[in-house]
Design a protein around this ligand. Structure first.
Ligand code: GLN
Length: 611
């Protein structure tokens, strides 16, 4: 999903209730002055403990920020999940798991906790595991630092750079991390020299970010790996679940269990004082305040995350939650038709066969729940439908189970002579439909195809391509002598396929009686062709609305095929009022019938839309 960004800037005039709430959190937690900035990396000791910023980014690209959201700091351990994701993406799970586990250690971040049997780090969120991941990238890439910075930048949605001073400071003093790297080397966990792995790790920790970047990194993970503001993919969707799972159990070090219970969001902290937290499918949170507790987590960062989770009910586990029903509405083809105006005989045939074609409007996520609901909807039908249209306009995502189901359903319907018709799928939905499935971008076209198919199935003779004037709907009820008097008054219009017969805004001065071919009435809108209001065929009428108001044309009418029409000018009709009142009355009655039929159709459509 690539949404246009709605950036909500921090300013005192903001009226957003969300910004108001976030400002309240700043006020509430600013007095919290416990903890101290990290000093074991000398350069970090210079950070200002009063700094405090909070930022939330939603999946449709809205960003709410308050406080010091543009103050820079180094990403530190918040880089670990990003590097882990990259390692999974590049080397595959198996290769990565051979070197790094996924078990929570419950130990401090810099603990040397290796699996006693294999010497492998227990998880990628502690330093040992993160250095091992950096080693994997260093071994697999010619320019590993550029690769990492580039990936992090895609998460943040802007080009990130390094804080060289912090890098040097850590590199000069990071004896413990060097020791860890050498220990890993002794167990042959690193694919490169210990120094290369730890140097890359120090570099990745020194990437400079701000609080807004943290919220966007979190929102990118919440969004399956795509930055919701830039629309750019930062990491494959397939590895995001594993990254978030490991963050859930290991992201907050020794505080991980308490964190899961009280906050309930996958999160990652860093000794610079940043924390980011992810609510999958919903939003990302970034908090920055440098004073740390004994576990090395930002004191205010933790307090804010706890408050947000509690106040806004953001916990991952949501007892009692029910998502919207996947089947939004079910229709039969007899009640929800295409914009093709059908002659009365076809309308009757379609109504009688109505239950043989159903339309299911789906919404939300097309996964197992939707598959179950769709299959039940069809199994419970009294007549088992042969044509099934699934309207995916409101489907936001298709997961693997959902896509498999659509394919299997298409094949099983085809095996019993039916057809699955998919319409309105957004370009990003990965459906990979089999050949048996019909596919339309727009529902109207899908419905028209179904109507034609159903009429064919019931053996209905197709509508005639031409209708003699005497059988036209407008002249129904005219005596032969009346028709004979009318005929010389009519004009003739014959045009080729693709001609614009009537243009919006042109003066209106005649009614058209279609005697052969097909035309569509369109108004400007979606797509270069505009939006179709109706399709008319031989025996039908257009241009009647303006007769009463004498205004201008309110829609375009295109010839879809070669077309022939007879035309009756408003002037002629007016004259008949005086010279041939009986004929005039019958023609007026004919126009009223035409209007009534189209009004009925419009009413049915409105009823459907407002149902
Ligand atoms: N670079 C820091 C270290 O290895 C990262 C630790 C952290 O942020 N928790 O000590």
């Amino acid at each position: 999903m690539t949404a246009s960004p709605t950036v909500v800037p921090a300013s005192p005039t903001q009226t957003s209730p969300i910004v108001h709430y976030l400002n309240g959190l700043l006020e509430r937690f600013a007095p919290l002055e416990q903890g101290a900035v990290a000093t074991y990396i000398p350069e970090l000791a210079r950070s200002d403990p009063r700094r405090f910023g909070i930022c939330i980014a939603t999946l449709d690209g809205a960003v709410y920020e308050v406080g010091d959201t543009h103050a820079r700091f180094t990403i530190q351990s918040m880089s670990k999940p990003l590097t882990y994701g990259l390692a999974l993406e590049r080397l595959g799970r198996e290769e990565v798991h051979r070197r790094v586990g996924v078990e929570p250690s419950g130990d401090p971040f810099n603990e040397i906790s290796l699996n006693p049997a294999t010497g492998t780090p227990v998880n990628p969120m502690i330093n040992a595991g993160a250095i091992a991941c950096a080693g994997l990238i260093a071994a697999a890439d010619d320019d590993p630092l550029e690769t990492l910075v580039d990936a992090y930048s895609r998460y943040a949605g802007r080009r990130l750079d390094l804080d060289e001073a912090v890098y040097r400071s850590e590199s000069e003093t990071g004896h413990r991390n060097r020791a860890i790297a050498h220990l890993l080397s002794s167990f042959s966990v690193l694919g490169v020299a210990a120094d290369a792995a730890v140097d890359l790790y120090f570099h990745q920790c020194a990437v400079s970010v701000d609080c807004r970047d943290l919220a966007l990194i979190a929102a990118t993970l919440a969004n399956g790996g795509v930055n919701p503001v830039s629309g750019e993919r930062a990491v494959e969707e397939g590895v995001v679940r594993e990254v978030l799972s490991v963050m859930t159990t290991c992201g907050m070090y020794d505080a991980a269990g308490d964190w899961l219970v009280s906050v309930g969001l996958p999160a990652k902290s860093g000794v610079s004082g940043g924390v980011f937290a992810v609510l999958p499918g919903r939003l990302g949170i970034g908090v920055y305040s440098p004073a740390l507790d004994a576990n090395g987590n930002s004191v205010r960062g933790i307090a804010v995350c706890r408050a947000l989770s509690h106040d806004l009910a953001l916990h991952l586990v949501r007892p009692g939650e029910r998502t919207a029903l996947p089947v939004r509405a079910r229709h039969e083809l007899g009640t929800l038709g295409s914009k093709r105006v059908r002659p009365a005989a076809e309308r009757t045939a379609l109504r009688e066969a109505s239950a043989r074609a159903v339309i299911l409007e789906l919404q939300g996520e097309l996964g197992f729940m939707a598959a179950e609901a769709v299959s039940r909807c069809i199994l419970e039908a009294s007549v088992s439908p042969e044509l099934v249209v699934v309207d995916l306009r409101r489907v936001t995502r298709v997961d693997r189970g959902g896509a498999d189901f659509v394919r299997a359903f298409g094949e099983s319907l085809a095996a019993v002579g039916g057809t699955l018709v998919v319409s309105g799928a957004a370009p990003g939905l990965e459906l990979r439909l089999p050949g048996e499935v019909m596919w339309f971008t727009d529902l109207d076209a899908a419905l028209e195809w179904c109507e034609d198919e159903l009429l064919r199935r019931v053996g209905h003779p197709g509508a005639p391509a031409a209708v003699p004037l005497a059988e036209h709907e407008l002249v129904e009820g005219l005596e032969p002598d009346e028709l004979a008097r009318l005929q010389p008054e009519l004009g003739t219009v014959a045009v080729g396929r693709g001609t614009l017969v009537v243009r919006t805004g042109d003066p209106a001065d005649e009614v058209f009686l279609v005697t052969s071919g097909r035309l569509s009435v369109r108004i400007p809108g979606a797509g270069p062709e505009g939006r179709r209001l109706s399709t008319l065929s031989a025996g039908m009428t257009f241009g009647e609305l303006a007769y009463v108001e004498r205004g201008t044309r309110t829609a375009d009418v295109y010839a879809d095929t070669d077309v022939e029409c007879r035309t009756l000018s408003y002037a002629t009709l007016d004259r008949l009022a005086a010279t041939d009142p009986r004929l005039y009355a019958k023609l007026l009655h004919g126009l009223a019938r035409v209007v009534v039929v189209s009004l009925r159709r419009a009413n049915a459509e409105v009823a459907h839309l407002t149902a």
